[in-house]
Structure formats: structure tokens, C-alpha cells
Design a protein around this ligand. Structure first.
Ligand code: PLP
Length: 423
């Protein structure tokens, strides 16, 4: 139902002139489906924003959140203050971490953790006698959130531009070329480079899979030059790639891992940053005058968010959800096979984890830059929600989606693509 009145709500990443009066209002969710305000049902093939890994309306999470609200509704984590759900969660997250003994820093979401990772990386080098190591390298097409450092690291040009001068000491390398990372480290000078940010599979930038051997190579390059390897697994963790943290699909040891989204199955905002023990060490010596990380958000370790995360992890463990991200990668690729070779399509990217993208043909995009928006709309009319990208669409269904739901996607996509060519 179109809005009757203009509403002051300003949406992220939205052309508000077009949104106003045309909002898609979601009112209810259950399993892999959501309903709009006209009562229409949709397969949530984007898991909202890559995060409703368990689908919607899980009573176990609702119960845990409600019980926590009744017991202790809010409390901070500053200084020596703690709460039980945060302590429990940190222990569980550290036990699952790719680097044993990792410390756990909590925050409000993915971008919060990205900026925290930059500060911890730079601070680590300050406190280990290498204060000149401040430079951060990221990848073209990468997405690292919308905070200050995440914006400076942005690999999608439109997200990086138009905000005045970006934070200093950031540069980028082509996303698919490990040798280019080493060249850039040598160009800047290894004594100046603090960190390399890497999404194992680039998400918002177009579901770009790493070339074979890429992850192992960049991890080795970082190690060689004492550059901290930061795996940005905000999308890739929590089963999306079939493993707990995403980066643990490869035999590498990340120094920092940023995650958020699926840790609560998106129910309550929560960011998680894993810090490998050697990076955390200067802050944990206990000696007089040891450095203090003067950083942290009001809602860090919020007990209700941590209770939601603990309940989410319980379900991931009990129902063995995490491996589904790998088991479902071929069925998802099969579901999109109707787009392969379609005249409206340049490329279908799938086959690593339970996420995929359809990129539209360049001539179609040149003739109609609004084509991704129309594709999104046609799919909505088929009862399927996808994520619109600059050049097409992405899908990342809930990890609990089944064959019937993938069949819905399989039949809707070619129909919507056909309509793109006709309209
Ligand atoms: N990093 C990656 C890889 C992401 O995909 C995102 C969000 O999609 C972020 C960081 C930012 O997370 P948030 O939107 O929770 O700040």
C-alpha cells in the first residue's frame, strides 16, 4: 500500500524522492517468509540484509530476549563492569575462533567493528614500538561499513566519495590479485603498513569470489611483512560460507575478524571483533602503566543483544545449521542456472557459500541504469525478495531455506529477467 502521507523516515542508501509514497512495508516474518502490509507473502531470499540466517520468528530467541529484559534489561561494559550474557558469549565465541585464545571485543554492528579493528591495529603497533605502521590497505569493490575508517576503506567508489577528505593512510588494491597487495605494501613501505582488510567473499560489492589460493596468499603476504590480516566476515560468518567465522573455511590465521549480522540472526544489533592473542597481548599484561584501549561503544556487550546471540548460537549448534552454508551452495547455484546464458545476464556468481549474484549484461545496464531496480521490483511481484546491487542482484537466503523455497527462486528469476528485456 503506498503511503497516504509523506513520512519523515529517511532510509539508508535510498533515493528518498522515489521512496516517499512507495515504501515496501514489511509487517511480519516467519521462517523464510515475510509479509507486507497488504498481506502478501514473500520468500526472503536476501535474509533481510544477509543476516536472518535462522529465518524469522524463532521462539527460542524471543524467549531468551524476553527473559533477559525481565532480568537485566540494560547495562554497560565499561571499565570492570560485566554482565552474564556477555561473559558467556565471549567464552563461546573465543572457543569457536580460528585462532585459539582470541579475545572478544563487542559493539553495535559491523561498521563499528571495522573502525574498532583499525584503531586496535594502529594501537597495537604504537604499543609495540612501531608507531609509523598506520597505513591500511583494502580491496576494490570491498564494503566495510559506513563509519569513518570503513568509508576510507570503501572499494565501491560511490560510497567513498563526496564526504570531504577521507581519513589519511588508506589505499586500495585490485580485489582479485594477491601480488598487487605485496606490491602495494612495498610501495608504501612495510614499516608503514598496519593492516589489510579482506572480505573472504566480497558481499555488497557484488558477491565476488576469491580466486583459488588468493586467501592463503594474502594471509602469507601479510605475515611476511608484519601487516595485520583483518578478515571482514560481517556477511561471511555464521554459516554463510559453511563455517563459523567464514574465514575459517581456509587454513589461515587472521589477526582480527570482524563480524555482526548473523551472530544474532539479525534479531538484535550486535558487532563482534575477534582479536588474536598476540595482538591483544600489550593490553592484557597487567603491568603498571600498561596501555588501555580508550575506545568502545555505549551498547558494547548489551545484555539483551548477548542473550539473543547466545540463543542463536544454541540453535546453530543444536540443529547443525552452520555446515548448511556449504551443503546448499550447489543447490543455490542450480536454482540460478536459469539465469546462466540469459540474454539479460553477463554473469552468475555462485558456488562458494549460500550467497550468489546475477550481474546484468553491460549493454542492458548502459541503456537502462535503472535495470537492477526494475529486476528487484519484478521479483517482488513474483513473491521473492532479493538484494539490489549496482549491476544486478544478490541472494543470500536464510540457511534454513529448503528445496521448495529455492524452487520459488528458480522459477521467479528467469521470468523477471524476461520481463526486463520486454519492458
Ligand atoms: N563489513 C561488511 C563486509 C559488511 O557487509 C557490512 C554490512 O553489510 C559492514 C561491514 C557494515 O556493517 P553494519 O552495516 O552493521 O555497520
Amino acid at each position: 500500500m503506498p503511503d497516504q502521507q509523506p513520512n519523515p523516515l529517511w532510509h539508508p542508501f535510498a533515493d528518498m524522492g522515489a521512496v516517499d509514497g512507495n515504501r515496501f512495508v514489511v509487517t511480519r516474518g516467519e521462517g523464510s517468509y515475510v509479509w507486507d502490509d497488504a498481506g502478501r507473502r514473500y520468500f526472503d531470499a536476501s535474509a533481510s540484509l544477509w543476516y536472518s540466517n535462522l529465518g524469522h520468528g524463532r521462539p527460542e530467541i524471543t524467549r531468551a530476549v524476553t527473559e533477559q529484559l525481565e532480568k537485566l534489561d540494560a547495562y554497560n561494559l565499561f571499565g570492570g563492569v560485566a554482565n552474564e550474557p556477555a561473559l558467556k558469549l565471549a567464552s563461546r565465541l573465543s572457543e569457536l575462533a580460528p585462532v585459539p585464545g582470541s579475545k572478544v571485543f563487542l559493539g553495535s554492528g559491523g561498521g563499528d567493528m571495522v573502525d574498532t579493528a583499525v584503531k586496535i591495529a594502529r594501537s597495537y603497533f604504537v604499543h609495540t614500538g612501531r608507531p609509523d605502521k598506520t597505513h591500511v590497505i583494502s580491496r576494490t569493490q570491498g564494503y566495510h561499513g559506513t563509519h569513518g575508517f570503513g568509508t576510507a576503506a570503501a572499494g565501491i567508489p560511490v560510497n567513498a566519495e563526496g564526504w570531504g577528505p577521507p581519513a589519511a593512510d588508506f589505499s586500495q588494491v585490485p580485489y582479485d590479485n594477491a601480488a598487487a597487495l605485496e606490491e602495494e605494501i612495498l610501495r608504501v613501505g612495510p614499516e608503514r603498513v598496519a593492516a589489510f582488510f579482506c572480505e573472504p567473499v566480497i558481499g555488497a560489492g557484488g558477491v565476488l569470489l576469491p580466486p583459488d589460493g588468493y586467501i592463503e596468499e594474502v594471509a602469507a603476504i601479510c605475515r611476511r611483512h608484519e601487516v595485520l590480516f583483518v578478515a571482514d566476515c560481517v556477511i561471511c560468518a555464521w554459516g554463510r560460507l559453511g563455517t563459523w567465522y567464514g574465514i575459517d573455511r581456509w587454513p589461515v590465521q587472521p589477526d582480527l575478524v570482524t563480524t555482526a549480522k548473523g551472530v544474532t540472526s539479525g534479531t538484535i544489533p550486535l558487532g563482534v571483533l575477534l582479536v588474536a592473542p598476540h595482538v591483544a597481548e600489550p593490553f592484557f599484561t597487567g603491568s603498571p602503566g600498561a596501555p588501555i584501549l580508550r575506545h568502545g561503544a555505549t551498547y558494547a556487550g548489551h545484555p539483551v543483544a548477548c542473550a539473543a546471540a547466545n540463543a542463536t548460537l544454541d540453535i546453530y549448534e543444536r540443529d547443525d545449521i552452520i555446515p548448511r552454508g556449504k551443503a546448499l551452495e550447489k543447490p543455490l547455484a542450480d536454482a540460478l542456472s536459469g539465469a546462466v546464458g540469459h540474454p539479460a545476464v553477463a554473469e552468475v556468481r555462485a558456488g562458494l557459500g549460500f550467497l550468489a549474484a546475477v550481474e546484468l549484461a553491460p549493454d542492458l545496464l548502459a541503456a537502462d541504469p535503472g535495470a537492477p531496480g526494475r529486476l528487484h521490483k519484478f521479483l517482488l511481484e513474483e513473491g521473492v525478495i532479493v538484494r539490489s546491487l549496482g549491476k544486478g542482484m544478490a541472494v543470500s537466503p536464510p540457511l534454513v531455506a529448503d528445496e521448495t523455497e529455492l524452487d520459488l527462486l528458480a522459477s521467479a528469476v528467469p521470468k523477471a529477467l524476461d520481463r526486463l528485456l520486454k519492458n
